[in-house]
Design a protein around this ligand. Sequence first.
Ligand code: NI
Length: 129
Amino acid sequence: MKIHHIGYLVKNIEAAIDEFIALGYQLTDEVCWDERRDIDLCFMRSGSYLIELVMPKSERSVVWNLLKKNGIGPYHICYETGSLPEALNELKLRGYVVISDPLEAVGISGRTVCFLTGRNAGMIELVEV
Ligand code: NI
């Protein structure tokens, strides 16, 4: 599967944007707020690489504890799939566990995404393209 983006947990999204600009990335759009997950997020591009900066805003955010536990850094890789239901079935057969039901992504033009974890691959995200 082709990599769509790498998700990066940050504590201060404005400071992180400045850092990644210094590393050669450009913002693809403004920072937006995902109300359901209570995160601020944005995408940044460098050549063909796309990263997603994710900042939890409160304890009710799904990644609040992850940031507390692991600190800032990459935490998921998002893969493109032509069919989310088919990819989910394949990965479930390989032992992956779905950790969030498919939902419309904020910040990727409303595409459907789904998060899973695998025993040997950590957290991955699928995006239907
Ligand atoms: Ni993502």
